[in-house]
Structure formats: structure tokens, C-alpha cells
Ligand binder design. Structure first.
Ligand code: UDP
Ligand code: MG
Length: 323
């Protein structure tokens, strides 16, 4: 088997990651070099850090890494656009330069040793290799339960994803080319990557702890990420609203019959309690339904503008230098 033509890019989105970057960089460089020495990938392979508008020294660290070793490349976004957009920016940049691209987080929670197996599976013919967590023992109780609830809720709402797979994966160039044709701004990569088709494989790994710094995904961001995921992949909530409307309609038919019977029996002026309760209930349900519908309309509004998903302000690459 001749693998000499294969170039690997490791894409790492970074937002305020000054505490972890130096360590991450040295570990990733060692990994890339060992893959090169074993003849699995070409020496042209790179580690591409995408600075997602960090406010700390992240970009300076990336620049000095690039200065000291051309194995490191850097991409700066003009402002913070969120993990998914930063990742997409890196993937789209790398796709023109690499045969395969691995994406991972800056905090090394994803075991980088799984990369060997990913590359091997790519060489064996897979276009997409998903990194799947074998356990979440090392996550905090809160993170673990909320994350698992997140996956279950997504599934219940009709948004199908690879269970316990986040954004640690390998993609071949042609899978990335396919991904580039998805132009949505409501970006939920782990949902649309499987839609590209192609041969897939999985690699299991133990999820470690973030070794420094803080999670950039507090509960609030996780919730909005869940909404993005559901609205990006499924219209089940709209169907649920319709089903709810139908059920309420059936109840109202029963109520009408009940009221007619009560009227015929001559007992008409009782039960303001039941009246006011149903008033609140129906008002609440209507607002909820409106909210769900509105969420989708909001998404249509955003999609219809076709705004750029990210803007690159700076590139550090040995080919072009800084521009
Ligand atoms: N990240 C980013 N932009 C953001 C938030 C996060 O690029 O606005 C990056 C972050 O630097 C990290 C990855 O996304 O590399 C995952 O974030 P984090 O580790 O904080 O999430 P968690 O593992 O806690 O879910
Ligand atoms: Mg993390």
C-alpha cells in the first residue's frame, strides 16, 4: 500500500485557550511526527489552530508556535462565531490542502491516540471515521447527566446523531467537499456530516478531563446548541404542536357535550374555577405553540439572508505567510 501521497490536517478550534494551547501543541506535534515516521502520512501534514475571536493570548501563542515550527498553521476569525463555525472554517480551509482532516477540541479531552486508528481506518477505505466515547466517567456528574440528557432529548425530537459522538472525527477530502455543499447558517455539524453519506467507521476512546482552563460550553450555550440541533435536523416539534392542537380540540368537543348536558339539566352557573383554569391552560399552550413555530420562522429568516458563517481575518501558513 502506498500512502506517501496522504496529507493529514488536524483542525483545532480555540476560544480563549491560552492555558492549554502550549501543551496541546506539543502533544499534537509529537503525534503528527510519529504518524509521519511510521509512514502513514506525509511530512506536509499540519496542525491547524482556528482562533475563534479569543480575547486572551491565544492568537499570540498560535503565531509564536507557527514562527518556531512550520508544522503549526493558524487561522484567525474576525470575531467569535462559536465552536461550530470555527470548526467549519478550519475544515473548509484544510480541505483544499489535505487528503484527510481530523477535528478535535483544544483541551485534549478527546484522546489523541485514537487518531492512529482513525488514520488507519481512512487508509482502509473509510471516508468518515467517528470518534465515539466509550464512557464518560471522567466528566463531572453535572456535565455527564446534562450531556446524556442532551443526546436523548435530540433523539426524542427527531434529530438523529451518532450517539456519544461529538466533533472528534476524521473526514476525507471528498466527504469535506460534500460537506461544503451544505450552506446552512444554522450549523450543527454532527447532524449534517452523516447526511453526506460515504463509508463510515467508528473508533472508541476514553474521554478525559479538560486538563486546564474552563469549559466554553456552559449550560446556557448547551441549551441553545440543543435548539440549533433540533431545528437544524427535524420538524418533529412542529408536528408535536399539531398533535397537541388536535388533542385540545378533542377535549373541547367533550367539554361542549358536557356543557350541553349540564344546560339541559338546568345547572348552568357553576365552576368558574374550571373556566379560569382552561383559560390559562389554553393561553399557555397557544403561546408555547407560537413559540415553536416562531423558532422555525426565525431560522428561515436567518437562512434566507445567506450571511457568511465566518470571516477569516488572518492566515498563518508556511505557503502564504501572514496576510
Ligand atoms: N470553542 C470555540 N468557540 C466557542 C466556544 C468553544 O472555538 O465559542 C472551542 C473550544 O476552544 C474547544 C472546543 O470548542 O476547543 C470545545 O469547547 P469546550 O472544551 O469548552 O467544551 P466542552 O468540552 O466543555 O463541551
Ligand atoms: Mg472540552
Amino acid at each position: 500500500m502506498d500512502n506517501r501521497g496522504k496529507t493529514l490536517y488536524i483542525v483545532v478550534p480555540c476560544y480563549n485557550e491560552q492555558e492549554v494551547l502550549p501543551e496541546t501543541a506539543s502533544r499534537l506535534a509529537a503525534k503528527l511526527r510519529s504518524l509521519t515516521e511510521r509512514g502513514l502520512i506525509m511530512a506536509r501534514s499540519r496542525i491547524l489552530f482556528v482562533d475563534d475571536g479569543s480575547r486572551d493570548a491565544t492568537w499570540n501563542i498560535i503565531a509564536s508556535l507557527h514562527g518556531s515550527d512550520s508544522i503549526f498553521s493558524g487561522l484567525a476569525l474576525s470575531r467569535n462565531r462559536g465552536h461550530q463555525n470555527a470548526l467549519l472554517a478550519g475544515l473548509m480551509y484544510a480541505r483544499e490542502r489535505a487528503d484527510m482532516v481530523i477535528s478535535m477540541d483544544a483541551d485534549l479531552q478527546d484522546d489523541i491516540n485514537a487518531a492512529d486508528e482513525m488514520v488507519q481506518k481512512y487508509l482502509d477505505g473509510a471516508d468518515i471515521v467517528y470518534g465515539v466515547r466509550s464512557s464518560r466517567r471522567s466528566d463531572s456528574f453535572f456535565k455527564r447527566t446534562t450531556a446524556e440528557a442532551f443526546y436523548r432529548f435530540l433523539g426524542a425530537m427527531g434529530a438523529e446523531t451518532v450517539f456519544n459522538h461529538a466533533d472528534y472525527r476524521l473526514m476525507s477530502r471528498r466527504a469535506l467537499d460534500a460537506l461544503s455543499q451544505f450552506e446552512e447558517v444554522n450549523l450543527f455539524l454532527r447532524g449534517i456530516v452523516p447526511m453526506t453519506g460515504f463509508t463510515t467507521a467508528t473508533v472508541e476512546y476514553e474521554r478525559g478531563e479538560r486538563f486546564a482552563g474552563e469549559s466554553k460550553y456552559p449550560l446556557k450555550k448547551m441549551l441553545s446548541f440543543a435548539v440549533e440541533g433540533i431545528t437544524s435536523l427535524s420538524v418533529r416539534p412542529l408536528r408535536m404542536v399539531m398533535a397537541l392542537g388536535f388533542v385540545v380540540f378533542l377535549v373541547s368537543v367533550v367539554m361542549i357535550i358536557y356543557n350541553i348536558v349540564r344546560w339541559a339539566a338546568g345547572a348552568t352557573v357553576t365552576g368558574w374555577a374550571s373556566l379560569s383554569c382552561s383559560l390559562w391552560l389554553l393561553g399557555g399552550l397557544q403561546l408555547l405553540a407560537l413559540g415553536v413555530v416562531g423558532e422555525y420562522i426565525g431560522k428561515i429568516y436567518l437562512e434566507s439572508k445567506h450571511r457568511p458563517r465566518y470571516i477569516i481575518s488572518c492566515v498563518l501558513d508556511e505557503r502564504g505567510g501572514e496576510d
